[in-house]
Each structure stands twice: as C-alpha cells, then as structure tokens.
Write a protein that binds this ligand. Structure first.
Ligand SMILES: [Zn+2]
Ligand SMILES: [Zn+2]
Length: 329
C-alpha cells in the first residue's frame, strides 16, 4: 500500500512510498482509515524539527472503521467507527505509565513518528486506543478528536486551568486555538481569540463558533496556541498578576521572551504534551454533548496524492484543518 512517508531524518525527505501492509497482532486491530488530519507536528516532522524513527508513515489524527481483529479482540469491534489514540506502545511499568500519563513514558512509541501512522489506507493500533464515534459524527470530521484530546489534556488536567468567570485569551486561531477556545468556554471562561492579519478566515470561523475576537488585553488565563515568538511575548504581557499562562503552540526553535514577567507577575506556566486516555474521554464527552463543535474547523478533505498542496496550505495558514483521504489516490 502507498503511504506518505518520512524517509530519512533532517529537513525534507517526505514522499509517497510503498509501505508494508499491516496484519493485526494479538490485542490489536487494523483500521480502514477514513481520514487523517495534517497537524503542525507533521510540518515540524517534514522540516526535521521533531524526532522520528525513519522510514515511517506519517499521520496521527485518525478516524476510520475497524477492518481486521487480532487474536483476543472482542468481535463487537469489527466494523465499528472509531477514532484512535496515538500511542502504539509504552513500557507500562514506569511511574508515568502507572499514573495514567503514558504521554510522558520514555519508552513511548507513537503512530506517525515511531511506527507507521495514518497517512495510508490501513493502520495498525492496539484495541485499547479505540474510541467509538457518535452515529451523527462523520469520520473525516472525527479526525479532530485527536487535537481536541490534546487540548483537553492541557486545559483540564490534572485540574481545569480555567475557572468559571475567568477572562481567557486564546492566541492563535488555528485548529488547536479554536478547539482550546471552545474547551475554555465549556469550562466557564469568558473567551476572546486573537490572531494576525493573515488569520481573517480563521477569525471568521471563530465568529461562526460564537467566539469573540478581541484585542490584546488583560487575562486571567492566556492560552498560547500560535507557537510564534510574538504570540508568546504578547501572551506573557497580557497575563494579569497571578495569572496562568499555558503554552500549547510549538516554536520549533529557541525564542527570546520577556521571561522576568513570570517573576514580577507571579505567573503560573503550564502545558500539556499530547494526550492521555482520560483526556480522550473528556474530549469525546464534549463532542457528544455538542459543547465543542468540530465541523466548522474542517476546511477540505484532500486525496492523499495531493498531499503537497494540503501541506503547503497548512503551512500558509490558508483555511483551518486539512484532512488527507488515503482511500482515494
Ligand atoms: Zn497532531
Ligand atoms: Zn512507561
């Protein structure tokens, strides 16, 4: 089968190539991939700024249906429409694994970086990764459950970063920012979203979601989703005395920031790396209760063969979320 592959370390070396057809190991399933979202991390992987074990099929924001069961997997999974967590294996013994924090396990291997991922027609994952989708949610839109689970981890674990009535400033109206803004609103925050002049379409989507676009002002909680040096600097400056600042965007390089503000304003800085099983449960609950809407974020479903166009559009921040369909090439 053909998959979009990171072929070698360093910048570039990304292309369509022949990949091994997976068979389901015991305790695992093979998914027929309905779609896989292109994420900022995929751009960092393409640029050689994010660790991978090459050659590897990229793609980790996935939904589809269960096509094959490994030994010991309950028959009820066959044909189920699901989204999948991103871990392929963890050690299961370290303090992080035992505390329900597999995202911090040093031996963690994830799909799309360490083992073959979802930019291919079929994907091999442990059955414990799977989350059933509500009937009304189509599978390509459901690829956004993965970034939502990451956002839920950052904003809601170990306890909610946003308290009811908090002024929340979300910097960067990309897919992650628009999900974070909705989660912060569901937690009771008064949310404003800010972007740059190139974000016109994204701010229009924010408006469609009922989110207010705001100028930089003071906030009790700053959620930095742009990963840009200027976004981080404005976020630190906007954080009120005693505020909380969450860094979700990745810069991919060292940045220069007014970090003394952390001290002068007694800021609490937190973050979250990837997702946890508990944050997936929260994400699916928010989607099922329709307190977070995913459809307005889906810009286009693109055939796998046209991946370069979709990557370029993601890089240029045209639209919001592009999903690759590996079944049509
Ligand atoms: Zn991602
Ligand atoms: Zn571990």
């Amino acid at each position: 089968m053909i998959g979009l592959t990171k072929l070698a370390p360093g910048a570039g070396s990304v292309g369509l190539s022949e990949r091994p057809e997976p068979r389901a190991d015991p305790g695992h399933v093979v998914l027929a991939v309905a779609g896989a979202g292109i994420c900022g991390t995929d751009l960092h992987i393409a640029d050689g700024e994010y660790e991978t074990v090459t050659p590897v099929t990229m793609g980790h924001e996935v939904a589809g249906s269960v096509a094959e069961l490994g030994a010991g997997v309950d028959e009820s999974w066959l044909g189920a429409r699901v989204a999948s967590e991103t871990y392929f294996s963890t050690c299961g013994r370290c303090p992080y694994c035992l505390a329900g924090r597999p995202n911090l396990c040093a031996e963690r291997r994830s799909i799309g970086t360490h083992v073959d991922g979802a930019f291919a027609p079929r994907l091999h994952v442990p059955v414990t990764n799977l989350h059933r989708l509500p009937d009304w949610l189509d599978a390509t839109t459901a690829t956004l459950c993965e970034p939502l689970a990451c956002v839920c981890h950052s904003l809601l674990e170990p306890e909610p970063a946003v308290r009811p009535g908090d002024d929340v400033l979300v910097i960067g109206p990309g897919p992650v920012g628009l999900l974070a803004a909705q989660v912060a609103r569901a937690a009771g925050g008064n949310v404003r979203v800010i972007g740059t002049p190139r974000d016109t379409a994204r701010l229009a989507a924010a408006e469609q979601l009922g989110l207010e676009a705001g100028a930089i002002d003071e906030a009790d909680v700053v959620v930095e989703c742009s990963g840009s040096e200027s976004g981080m600097a404005s976020g630190l400056a906007a954080a009120r005395r005693g505020a909380r600042y969450l860094q979700i965007g990745l810069a991919g390089k060292n940045v220069s920031l007014p970090f003394d503000l952390v001290c002068f304003h007694e800021l609490t800085i937190t973050s979250g790396f990837a997702s946890t099983p508990s944050s997936w449960a929260k994400a699916l609950e928010l989607v099922t209760e329709r307190r977070v809407r995913l459809e307005p974020l889906l810009t286009e479903v693109v055939p796998l063969a046209e991946w370069e166009r979709a990557f370029a559009a993601t890089r240029a921040a045209e639209g919001i979320k592009f999903v690759l369909d590996p079944q049509t090439t």
